[in-house]
Design a protein around this ligand. Structure first.
Ligand SMILES: [Zn+2]
Ligand SMILES: [Zn+2]
Length: 928
C-alpha cells in the first residue's frame, strides 16, 4: 500500500511518536564493544542537570548542540555514547525540601538528619526525574540504559575512594579558614556562589587612642561592628607618619582591650589614613595578616550572624542592629570622627540573596596546587582543546591564581564526609567504610563528621566514575577520555576546570586502574590520555529577541516547552542551531522559529508532491522509483541517481558540495553555518529550483517519455532521501517520518539515525555545471524581474531577445530552452538571439554574460484608465481647494499652531505634484 503523508504537517503528534519509538527500541544504546574492536569511538557526557531542574532555553541550546553532534557522529559510523544523568544538587535540593516542610509547618531540625534525608529521597523519587522526562520528549539521543544519579551507590563509593586517597596523599586537610558564610543557608558557600553588587554605603572613620600617649590612630571601615573582634591595627613600614608608633599599642574602644600596632603591607599608605584595623576572624585579608603576625582570631558572631559572647555588651544582637549600637556608642564616646558616602561591593548569597558574612570556621580543603599543575600542563600542551579558543586563556589565568578548594558544606543532603572523630582522644579517622574504633586509642566512641561534600566534588569525578572507576572497566578503556564536552561559560570554573584536575589525577598512573593484561602508556601518552575530554565547546547565552538576558524579574523568560508546543521541536532546534555562532549570544526570536516551522512545512509539502508522483508514475507502469538503501557508512556521494540533464548534474553537484561544507562546519562547531547551508540547499535549491525544473519531465506521459518520468521520479526520491539524512541531526523528527514513508514502512534500518551521513564525492562535483546553472538561473530571475517591473500578467507569455558574445552561453540557453520558456520559470513565448547589445532598451537587463530584453507591448484599456485618472484628478483638486480655503482664512491662521499650518502647506504641495503627474498621463493617453 503506498504510503500517504497526512495533508497537514503536525509536529506534535509526529515528535511524540518518534521520541517514544527511539526510547522503546533502545536505539541509542552504546554497547561495550569486545576487545580488539576497530570502530572509532565518540563519547560525550551530558552535563547532569540538577535533580530539581526544569528545562530552560540554556539547556535546550546545550542539548540541541549535543544531539546534533552525537547524531552526526553516529551517522558517520562511530560507536557513540551520550551518557545521561542527574546531579543531587546539595543546596538547591535541600532548600526545595525545606520549603516543602515549612509549608507543612515542620522544620528540618524537628525531623532530624536521617528522617530528613529519607524525605529528600522521597522527593527525588517523585519529582526528580522531571528534566530527564522533558529530554525524552525532545528525543535526545542519549543511552537511557546508562542513566545515573550522582548519589547512586557505586558513584558514592567512588566519591569516598577519591576522598580517602586524596587524604592519604596529604591533599585533603582540615583547617580554619575564612569562608563566605551565608547566615540564612547556614553554610559556607564558595566564591563562585557569591554575587557582588555595588551599592551606596558608608565608610566610618574611628579613632583608637594610642596607649601611653595623647595620640589617636584613625582607621576606616564599612562594617564597624567587626571592630569588636579587632586584634591589631596595621601601618605600612614605609609610612613615616607612624614610624614613631611602631611597637606601641592602642586601646580598642568599647571593648577596652589593648591591641598591638603591627607593621604590615595590609596597610596602604595611599589609602585613607594609611592605618587599618585587623580583624582576622571576619575578613579574608586580615585573616592572612593575622597568620603572618600570629594574632588571635576573635570570632564575634555566631552562625546566624548574631553577636556572640565575644562581643561583650552587644551579645545577642543581629549584625545590623549591632552596627547601629556600636556606631551610636562610638559617637557618644567621641571615637567616631567621620562618616563618608562610599560604594560597597556587597557580596550576596546566590541562592537566598542574604548578605554574605566572611566567617572563620573549621572546613575541609583540597590542597589544589599539585592537581592544578597537571591541569595547566594538559591545556598548555593542547591535550584539552577549547572552542572558542579565548577560553583557554581565561581558564589558564584562573588556574594560575587558584586557591585551595573548600569542599565541606554544612548540609544534610549530599555525600557525607567519610571522617570520624574520636570522642575520647579527638583523633580523626578517615576511612572508606564506617570504622568500628578509633585508629589511635581504639575507642568505639566515634562520630561521623556532620558536613557533606560540595556538590561539585562529586560531579568533578563523573567522566571516570560514571564509567566504572575505580574498577578497571572495559567502558573506561573504550569511552575515556570522552571526546567532547559542551557546556556554558557559567560552569567553566565550577565544573570544567575541576573535571580536568580530577581526571588528570585519578586517570593517571598510579591512580588509573589497569587490568592485569594491560600495558601502561608511556608517561606522555598517559598524561595525554588522562584528560576527561579532548575538546570543550563553550556555548553562548540565549537572550530574548531584544538581546536582554532572560530573567524572572524582567518577565522575559521563554519556556522552551511552550515554544515547542507552538512550533515543534524540530523548528525550535533549527532556530537555536541556525543562530549558534561560536562565541555569540543568541537573541531568540520566536518569529524565526515560525519561519523554520514554515521550512518544515515546505519539506512536508515537497515530500507529498514526491509521493504523489512516485505513486502515479508507478501506477502507470513506468519504473517505480525507490531510493536505494543508504550507502554504508564511509562511502561518498549519492548512489542510484542518474544525471541526464543540466539540472540533474547541478543538483547532484550542489548536494555533494553542501555535504562537504556541512561536515566541515560541524567539525568546528559552526552549527549556524551547517544549519543555514542545509536550509538554503533544501528550500532554495532543491525545492524551489530542482523540483520545479523537473516537473515537465515528471508530467511527461506518452510513449517513450514514460521512462523519462520514471527516471525523474527516481532521481527525486533518491536525492530527497539523501537530503533527509543531511538534515536529520538538526531536525530529527520530520526527517524520520518522511524517511520511513519513503520505504513504505520497510526501511533498511530501524531509523534514519542509523543510516549514513552524506559525505561529498569529488566525482559528483561539477563546478562548470554549477556555473552554467547559475547563468541560467540568472537569466530566468532577470526575466521574472522584468515581468514584475512591467506588470506583465502571470498568464501572459512574452517573447524575449538575448544578446551574448559567448557561443558557450548561447549553446547553454538553446540547450535548456525548455527550462526558460516553461510557465513555471520565466513563461517565455520564444527566444531570439540578436547580434548587438540590448542594454539600452527599456525592459532589458544587462549582465556580464548576456543581455536580455522582454518584448512586451503594454495593452491597456484606455477608456477605463481615463476614467480612473479623471477620478484621481478630481480628488486632488478637492484636497487642494480645501487646503486653500483654510490657508486663506485669517481666523484659522491666527489660532492654529504653527506645525498644523506647516502640515497643511505640505499636504497642498503634495497634492499639487500628484495632480500634475496624473494630468500628464491623462494628456498622453488623449483622454477627454
Ligand atoms: Zn544563602
Ligand atoms: Zn581516639
Amino acid at each position: 500500500m503506498p504510503h500517504e503523508l497526512p495533508k497537514a504537517y503536525e509536529p506534535g503528534a509526529i515528535e511524540t511518536r518518534w521520541a517514544e519509538y527511539w526510547k522503546d527500541q533502545n536505539l541509542f544504546r552504546a554497547s561495550t564493544p569486545p576487545e580488539g574492536h576497530a570502530r572509532s569511538v565518540f563519547s560525550l557526557l551530558l552535563p547532569p542537570p540538577n535533580v530539581t531542574g526544569r528545562l530552560h532555553m540554556g539547556h535546550m541550546l546545550n542539548q540541541t548542540e549535543m544531539d546534533i553532534i552525537i547524531r552526526w557522529h553516529r551517522m558517520l559510523g562511530d560507536l557513540t555514547l551520550w551518557l545521561p544523568g542527574t546531579d543531587h544538587a546539595g543546596i538547591a535540593t535541600q532548600m526545595m525540601v525545606e520549603r516543602q516542610l515549612r509549608s507543612e509547618g515542620k522544620s528540618r531540625l524537628e525531623l532530624g538528619r536521617d528522617e530528613f534525608v529519607l524525605r529528600v529521597w522521597c522527593w527525588k523519587k517523585q519529582y526528580g526525574g522531571a528534566i530527564l522526562e522533558q529530554m525524552k520528549r525532545l528525543g535526545a539521543s542519549v543511552d537511557w540504559e546508562r542513566e545515573y544519579f550522582t548519589m547512586d551507590e557505586n558513584l558514592s563509593r567512588a566519591v569516598r575512594e577519591v576522598f580517602v586517597r586524596l587524604y592519604e596523599q596529604g591533599l585533603i586537610y582540615r583547617g580554619k579558614y575564612i569562608v563566605n558564610w551565608c547566615p540564612d543557608c547556614g553554610t559556607a558557600i564558595s566564591d563562585l556562589e557569591v554575587k557582588h553588587e555595588d551599592v551606596p554605603g558608608k565608610l566610618y572613620e574611628i579613632r583608637y587612642p594610642v596607649v601611653g600617649t595623647k595620640e589617636f590612630i584613625t582607621v576606616a571601615t564599612t562594617r564597624p561592628e567587626t571592630m569588636l573582634g579587632d586584634t591589631a591595627v596595621a601601618v605600612n613600614a614605609k609610612d613615616e607618619r607612624y614610624t614613631h608608633l611602631h611597637g606601641k599599642k592602642v586601646l580598642l574602644p568599647l571593648m577596652n582591650r589593648e591591641i598591638p600596632i603591627i607593621v604590615d603591607d595590609l596597610a596602604n599608605p595611599e589609602f585613607g589614613t594609611g592605618a587599618v584595623k585587623v580583624t582576622p576572624a571576619h575578613d579574608p585579608n586580615d585573616f592572612q595578616a593575622g597568620l603572618r603576625h600570629n594574632l588571635p582570631q576573635i570570632d564575634v558572631m555566631d552562625e546566624s550572624a548574631r553577636m556572640n559572647a565575644n562581643a561583650g555588651a552587644y551579645v545577642g544582637l543581629g549584625r545590623f542592629e549591632a552596627r547601629k549600637r556600636v556606631l551610636a556608642d562610638l559617637e557618644a564616646q567621641g571615637f567616631l570622627v567621620g562618616t563618608k558616602d562610599y560604594t560597597i561591593a556587597l557580596g550576596k548569597c546566590d541562592r537566598s540573596g542574604t548578605i554574605v558574612e566572611p566567617r572563620l570556621s573549621e572546613q575541609w580543603f583540597v590542597k589544589i596546587e599539585p592537581l592544578a599543575k597537571r591541569a595547566i600542563e594538559v591545556v598548555e600542551k593542547g591535550y584539552v582543546h577549547f572552542t572558542p579558543d579565548n577560553y583557554k586563556t581565561i581558564y589558564l589565568n584562573w588556574m594560575y591564581n587558584i586557591h585551595d578548594w573548600c569542599i565541606s558544606r554544612q548540609l544534610w543532603w549530599g555525600h557525607r564526609i567519610p571522617a570520624w572523630r574520636c570522642g575520647e582522644c579527638k583523633e580523626i579517622t578517615v576511612a572508606r567504610t564506617t570504622p568500628s574504633k578509633c585508629s589511635r586509642c581504639g575507642s568505639s566512641h566515634l562520630e561521623q563528621d556532620t558536613d557533606v561534600l560540595d556538590t561539585w566534588f562529586s560531579s568533578a569525578l563523573l567522566p571516570f566514575t560514571a564509567l566504572g572507576w575505580p574498577e578497571a572497566t572495559r567502558d573506561l578503556d573504550v569511552f575515556y577520555p570522552t571526546s567532547l564536552l559542551i557546556t556554558g561559560f557559567d560552569i567553566l570554573f565550577f565544573w570544567v576546570a575541576r573535571m580536568i584536575m580530577m581526571g588528570c589525577w585519578f586517570m593517571m598512573p598510579p591512580e588509573k586502574p589497569l587490568r592485569p593484561d594491560q600495558k601502561p602508556d608511556s608517561p606522555e601518552e598517559a598524561l595525554r590520555n588522562s584528560v576527561p575530554f579532548r575538546d570543550v565547546y563553550i556555548h553562548a547565552l540565549v537572550r530574548d529577541a531584544e538581546r536582554q538576558k532572560m530573567s524572572k524579574t524582567k518577565g522575559n523568560v521563554l519556556d522552551p516547552i511552550e515554544v515547542i508546543g507552538q512550533y515543534g521541536t524540530d523548528a525550535t532546534r533549527f532556530t537555536l542551531a541556525a543562530m549558534a555562532a561560536p562565541g555569540t549570544d543568541i537573541a531568540f526570536n520566536p518569529n524565526r522559529t515560525e519561519g523554520y516551522r514554515n521550512f518544515a512545512n515546505k519539506i512536508w509539502n515537497a515530500a507529498r508532491f514526491m509521493f504523489l508522483n512516485r505513486d502515479r508514475i508507478g501506477a502507470e507502469g513506468a519504473g517505480v522509483a525507490r531510493a536505494r538503501s543508504p550507502a554504508s557508512p564511509g562511502s561518498k556521494g549519492v548512489a542510484g541517481f542518474t544525471a541526464t540533464t543540466l539540472e540533474d548534474r547541478w543538483i547532484l553537484s550542489r548536494f555533494n558540495g553542501v555535504a562537504d561544507y556541512v561536515n566541515d562546519a560541524l567539525e568546528e562547531f559552526r552549527f549556524h553555518e551547517a544549519a543555514n547551508r542545509i536550509y538554503d540547499f533544501f528550500w532554495g535549491e532543491f525545492c524551489d529550483w530542482y523540483i520545479e525544473l523537473i516537473k515537465p519531465r515528471l508530467l511527461a506521459e506518452n510513449g517513450a517519455n514514460k521512462s523519462t518520468a520514471g527516471g525523474a521520479a527516481n532521481n527525486l526520491v533518491t536525492l530527497f532521501e539523501a537530503s533527509l539524512r543531511l538534515l536529520h541531526p538538526v531536525m530529527p523528527f520530520i526527517t524520520e517520518e518522511i524517511w520511513h514513508a519513503i520505504y513504505d514502512g520497510k526501511p533498511p534500518f530501524k531509523s534514519i539515525a542509523l543510516a549514513a551521513f552524506p559525505l561529498g564525492d569529488p566525482k559528483q562535483i561539477d563546478l562548470a555545471c554549477e556555473t552554467h546553472m547559475a547563468i541560467l538561473q540568472d537569466l530566468i530571475v532577470s526575466i521574472r524581474n522584468i515581468r514584475a517591473e512591467l506588470k506583465v500578467e502571470p498568464k501572459v507569455k512574452a517573447p524575449i531577445q538575448i544578446y551574448t558574445h559567448e557561443p558557450e552561453i548561447r549553446a547553454l540557453i538553446e540547450h535548456n530552452r525548455g527550462a526558460v520558456t516553461n510557465d513555471r520559470q520565466a513563461n517565455v513565448e520564444s527566444i531570439t538571439f540578436v547580434d548587438s547589445s540590448l542594454a539600452k532598451l527599456p525592459g532589458a537587463r544587462h549582465t556580464a554574460r548576456f543581455d536580455v530584453h522582454l518584448v512586451y507591448e503594454q495593452k491597456i484599456d484606455v477608456e477605463a484608465e481615463c476614467a480612473r485618472l479623471k477620478k484621481e484628478l478630481e480628488k486632488y483638486e478637492k484636497n487642494i481647494s480645501n487646503a486653500d480655503r483654510q490657508l486663506t482664512n485669517e481666523g484659522f491662521l491666527a489660532k492654529a499652531p504653527a506645525h498644523v499650518v506647516e502640515g497643511l502647506r505640505k499636504q497642498k504641495a503634495e497634492n499639487e505634484s500628484l495632480r500634475d503627474k496624473s494630468r500628464k498621463k491623462f494628456e498622453e493617453l488623449g483622454c477627454k
